[in-house]
Design a protein around this ligand. Sequence first.
Ligand SMILES: C[S@@+](CC[C@H](N)C(=O)[O-])C[C@H]1O[C@@H](n2cnc3c(N)ncnc32)[C@H](O)[C@@H]1O
Length: 268
Amino acid sequence: MAAIGALARRAASLGRDFAHRALATAGLRQSEATISRDASEYWEDAGSESWKANSHWRDAPVFAGNDLWHEIGARHLTMLQRGARMVQFDRPWKRVVEWGCGGGANAVHFAPQCDEYVGVDVARASLDESAKQVAASCSTPFIPVRVDVENPEQALALIGGPCEVFLSCYVFELIPTPAYGARLLRIARDLLVPGGLALIQIKYDDGRWRSKSRRRSYKTGIAAMTTYRIPDFWQLAEDIGLTPEAIELVPENELDKRYAYFLLSKPF
Ligand SMILES: C[S@@+](CC[C@H](N)C(=O)[O-])C[C@H]1O[C@@H](n2cnc3c(N)ncnc32)[C@H](O)[C@@H]1O
């Protein structure tokens, strides 16, 4: 009976997704302002099991009875360290900025590697949760920075100084539009020291209709809102003044499908 219920829910969700994509294809896209307003409402309404899962909190059911929550950050740290060796980036990490830190799955692995860890998020509850997780794992100060979805650029003044490493994982897929991602790349460029590194994970558009950016109904398709063709994201980063150094593809993992990690550097 439970299996039938799950199948019915999956079918309903596929049907909804199909309907919204058809409307967007017919030209009925929502504006970035409308999608941002919905996103803001969603992330402010903390507490449900699905909200915690979408925010990668350690006690969300998706992480119960497995090591996945720890694996997330451990994998990203290994990836960034490998990239740093590849481009011979060997200076100390005085400040790491994580965009969309959620429940701290990356923070607990990266914070011990730096002097100061800045977690940026739109959800106050997730900043508190990250701070708690970091305090339990190391003595590096965790600096919480809350931004409004509509105004990510406010982080520049709130952070108030450069960083050696900029990290954003499991976030670009749930930003309002691809153009919003360009704003985040500009913020990364402005924050990074010359030679500094960014690791940005995107969900890629593989050419199929259903893998395009959704452009409507944020709350019913959070993790499908924004995708990029891999060459387009490469070009976007270059246009903004960041140098793509490497891409790592993860066609499928325990959480979802079609991930690409871009290692970007800021030119000297
Ligand atoms: C799936 S969690 C990812 C958490 C963490 N980065 C990880 O890899 O486990 C997504 C996080 O992005 C945050 N978020 C959503 N929209 C954002 C935005 N426009 N700017 C910054 N953070 C955002 C959410 O509040 C949530 O904490």
